[in-house]
Design a protein around this ligand. Structure first.
Ligand code: GTQ
Length: 357
């Protein structure tokens, strides 16, 4: 074949040379040096126009997983688990990778009355989104955060955190971590510590960052600001703010609030982004297709989502995985639904390639 026949109009080769096209002794010689030719793998590494995606549009039903999580409470005492978590594994990646999407780890964590999940800190960043139960708490760097259903609590990289339960009945929350990326970087590890001396006072969401637009005066112009001034976002505030936003938002626009650092207005964590959405009943909502992957947790309500042609019918407590570049439509049925979104847009923005289409 004449080489110029195989060029596309942009002057790039339609197909590239394969490993089998090379003399075996050449391949052996470079492999012996731990060296490989790029061109047989170039289109795999850099496919044209769209990334290769193994992540499946998928849903974990809370009512399916919950009984097994409660059973884990009987089967495995907390001191044999430290964190009693069932990890939501996207079937496109199998059970070993422990990922919901390539960049997002999600687990359901159970803590029973009187139990303590002991203090540690680690390089991956985590958040908790409370699903059910009262009396749970997470202490983050000495700040004790109560956990009510719908609350978001941040445990940023290298911040000490421990969980406990002073109430009755099971407490369950969703853990979301940037663990897959940190693990891939060979940078994931944890350090154990003694129990924290938690302050008796309320967390900062209850006295320092009560309203948008109002900051503690002393934080202005402070050279050394706390990196994570607000680590708890109470659901009752978020739900109320969504209702207020809905009243001034056109029917075809998203009623969605981003969780941000109140002092900087930036995403509250560097790798993963969080938002809460009020999805209006009886109306299709199709966000722009985006390069970020995401996990969606149903806070309240029921409905369905079409993700790359796969229809998933959801109800309260269910969790969905949305691959990168997916075409998505959400629909709440009956009454308005409330969704919690985790995405890797902050990471993609920091790396300079975030896109929506
Ligand atoms: O609660 O600290 O799901 O360290 C995975 C690792 C939860 C936690 C997880 C963790 C935690």
């Amino acid at each position: 074949m004449n080489a110029t026949d195989a060029l596309n109009p942009l002057g790039h080769a339609a197909s590239l040379g394969r490993l089998e096209d090379l003399p075996p002794e050449y391949v052996r010689a470079i492999h012996d040096l731990s060296v490989a030719p790029l061109w047989p793998q170039l289109r795999g590494l850099l496919p044209r126009h769209q990334p290769v995606r193994h992540t499946q549009p998928f849903m974990w039903r809370y009512q399916d997983v919950r009984p097994h999580l409660l059973r884990a409470g009987e089967l495995t005492p907390i001191d044999k688990a430290e964190r009693r978590v069932l990890v939501l594994c996207n079937p496109g990646h199998g059970l070993d990778k422990l990922v919901a999407t390539p960049s997002i780890y999600v687990g359901l964590q159970l803590i029973l009355p009187g139990e303590v999940a002991p203090n540690h800190r680690h390089t991956p960043t985590a958040v908790r989104f409370v699903i059910e139960g009262e009396g749970g708490y997470t202490t983050v760097n000495g700040e004790k955060c109560p956990m009510h259903p719908g609350d978001l609590i941040l445990t940023p990289a290298l911040n000490w955190h421990e969980h406990g339960h002073e109430g009755s009945g099971p407490v369950v929350w969703l853990d979301a971590l940037d663990l897959p990326f940190i693990y891939q970087m060979e940078a994931s590890y944890a350090i154990e510590g003694p129990p924290q001396a938690a302050g008796a006072g309320p967390d900062a969401s209850q006295n320092r960052y009560l309203r948008a637009g109002l900051l503690p005066y002393a934080s202005l112009g402070q050279a050394l600001r706390p990196q994570y001034p607000q680590i708890r976002f109470p659901w009752q505030d978020v739900r109320q703010a969504l209702g207020a936003l809905a009243s001034v938002t056109a029917r075809d626009e998203a009623v969605q609030l981003a969780y941000v650092n109140p002092e900087t207005g930036r995403p509250c964590l560097p790798t993963l982004g969080f938002s809460a959405q009020q999805l209006r009943a009886g109306q299709d909502f199709s966000p722009r297709r985006r390069s970020a992957s995401s996990v969606i947790h149903v806070i309240e309500g029921r409905g369905e989502s079409e993700i790359d042609g796969v229809t998933l019918k959801w109800t309260q407590g269910d969790t969905l995985a949305v691959p990168t570049h997916a075409q998505v439509t959400h629909r709440a049925t009956g009454r308005d639904a409330y969704l919690f979104h985790v995405d890797d847009a902050p990471m993609q923005r920091a790396l300079g390639f975030y896109e929506d289409f």
